[in-house]
Design a protein around this ligand. Structure first.
Ligand code: CTP
Length: 398
C-alpha cells in the first residue's frame, strides 16, 4: 500500500538521524516517493548527500536555493505529502512546533501541513521525562498527530532508559499500518473502464478515437495503491497493466465493454467510467474488406448502448458511480446535465479548450462536479496526480 505514496520526512538534530537513510531505503523499496527536509543541526548527524542519494530527490533545508535565489516552497512540499513524518524529533523542534515558532523550512512546512503528521521523538532520558516534554507530546497528540513512542535502551549519553528513537524497520511498519488503516478504499471493489472503443466497419477498418487510456490506468493504479480490488476493463490500448490491479479485461468495441461492465457492476462498490466509448457503431460490419468502386460507400450508423446511463439506472444506494465528460463548449452546463441524466455521484469534466488536457498527453486539467452541483476546478497536473485528486474525492464521499 506504500506504492506511489508521497512521504515527507523532516529530520531534526539528534544522533538518531543516522537511522533515517535506512528508513528511506525501506520506503523507496516499497515504492513510496520520499522527500526530505532537514534542519541545520540535523546536518551534524547525517549528510544531505546521503539523504538525497537514498531518496533520489534533492534535500531541502533553506528557504531559498542559494545559487538561483529560487524559493523552496513550504506550501508546495506540505501539499505534496500524503504523510509528514518528523523523525527524529528533538526536544527543541518539538517545543517550537507546539508554540508555532517557524524559524526554519521544516517548521514552516509543519505549520502548512495538510497531511497527517507522525513524529518520532529522540532525546536523552531526563529530557524525555521532563514535564515540558510530556506536556508538548500531549499537545501534539491532542492535535491528532501520531506519536511513534521512543523505546528504552542505551542512549548516546551513556545513560540507559526511554528516549531512543524507534528502529527504522519498526517506523516503516507503523507507516505501512497507517496507510492500511486509513484507506477507506481498503477491500472495496472498483470497476474502471479505460481507453477507446473500436467499432468495426469491415475486417480492417474501424471507427475509433484518440483516447490513450492513460487516465483510466492511472486511476486504476491509484485505487489499487489505496487497497481497492480493481477490475479494469480496457479498450484497445498499449499500456501495461499495473501489477496491483486485480483483473484486467480487454475488449475492443462498445458492445463488449457494455457486456463486461454489466456482468461486473452488481458486485462492485464503485464504478468509474473513464473510457471514451463510441456513441455510434456501423449498423452492419462488412464480411469482406470494402473495395474501391465507382461509388463511395455509405456507412449507416446506429447508437451504442450508453454503459454509464445503464449503470446509473441499476445503481443501488450503496454504490458510487462516477463518469467523465469531455466537452468542447458550455462545459459546466453540459457536464451537469450528463451528471443528472446518468444518475452519477460526481462527474469529471475535461475541456478541449484547456491546453495539456485530454487525449494522448500525460497531463490533464479537470473540474469535479458533484451531485449537488458543487464544482471544484483543479490545476493542470500529471494524470497520476489527477488520479490522486479523484481518489481523494471518492474517499471524502465514503
Ligand atoms: N459513456 C458510456 N457509454 C457510452 C458513451 C459514453 O459509458 N456509450 C460514458 C463515458 O465513459 C463517460 C460518459 O459516459 O464517462 C460521458 O461520455 P460522453 O461521450 O462525453 O457523453 P455522452 O453521454 O455520449 O454525450 P455526448 O457525446 O453527446 O457529449
Amino acid at each position: 500500500m506504500l506504492n506511489a505514496k508521497n512521504i515527507l520526512i523532516g529530520v531534526t538534530g539528534s544522533i538518531a538521524a543516522y537511522k533515517i537513510p535506512i528508513l528511506v531505503r525501506l520506503l523507496k523499496k516499497a515504492g513510496a516517493n520520499v522527500r526530505i527536509i532537514m534542519t541545520e543541526s540535523a546536518k551534524d548527524f547525517v549528510t544531505p548527500l546521503t539523504l538525497s542519494t537514498v531518496s533520489d530527490n534533492p534535500v531541502y533545508s533553506k528557504f531559498f536555493k542559494i545559487e538561483t535565489g529560487e524559493w523552496n516552497s513550504h506550501v508546495t512540499l506540505a501539499e505534496w505529502a500524503d504523510l509528514f513524518l518528523i523523525a527524529p524529533l528533538s526536544a527543541n523542534s518539538m517545543g517550537k512546533m507546539v508554540n508555532g515558532i517557524v524559524d526554519n523550512l521544516l517548521l514552516t512546512t509543519y505549520l502548512s501541513a495538510r497531511s497527517p503528521v507522525m513524529f518520532a521523538p529522540a532525546m536523552d532520558l531526563d529530557m524525555y521525562k521532563h514535564p515540558s516534554t510530556k506536556k508538548n507530546i500531549e499537545i501534539l497528540k491532542s492535535w491528532g498527530h501520531i506519536i511513534i513512542e521512543p523505546t528504552e535502551g542505551e542512549l548516546a549519553s551513556g545513560l540507559c532508559g526511554a528516549g531512543r528513537m524507534e528502529e527504522p524497520e519498526n517506523i516503516f511498519s507503523r507507516i505501512e499500518e497507517f496507510f492500511d488503516d486509513n484507506s477507506k478504499l481498503n477491500g472495496k471493489k472498483v470497476l474502471v473502464t479505460a481507453g477507446p472503443t473500436y467499432e468495426a466497419i469491415d475486417p480492417v477498418r474501424f471507427i475509433g478515437n484518440h483516447s490513450s487510456g492513460k487516465m483510466g490506468f492511472a486511476l486504476a493504479e491509484e485505487l489499487a495503491n489505496n487497497g481497492a480490488e480493481v477490475y479494469l476493463i480496457a479498450g484497445p490500448v498499449s499500456i501495461e497493466t499495473p501489477s496491483t490491479v486485480t483483473k484486467r479485461i480487454d475488449v475492443t468495441n462498445a458492445e463488449q465493454m457494455y457486456q463486461a461492465s454489466i456482468e461486473l457492476f452488481e458486485n462492485m462498490d464503485i464504478a468509474i467510467m473513464s473510457a471514451a466509448v463510441a456513441d455510434f457503431t456501423p449498423e452492419v460490419k462488412a464480411e469482406q474488406k470494402i473495395k474501391k468502386g465507382d461509388t463511395v460507400p455509405e456507412i449507416k450508423l446506429k447508437p451504442t448502448t450508453d454503459i454509464l446511463k445503464t449503470l446509473g439506472e441499476r445503481k443501488t444506494e450503496e454504490q458510487l458511480l462516477i463518469g467523465f465528460a469531455l466537452e468542447t463548449e458550455n462545459e459546466v452546463s453540459n457536464a451537469v446535465s450528463k451528471l443528472k441524466r446518468k444518475n452519477l455521484d460526481f462527474i469529471v469534466l475535461n475541456s478541449t479548450n484547456d491546453k495539456g488536457a485530454t487525449f494522448g498527453v500525460s497531463t490533464n486539467k479537470i473540474t469535479i462536479i458533484d451531485k449537488f452541483e458543487n464544482a471544484q476546478a483543479f490545476d493542470l497536473k500529471t494524470k497520476q496526480e489527477v488520479a490522486k485528486d479523484i481518489v481523494s474525492k471518492i474517499e471524502s464521499i465514503l
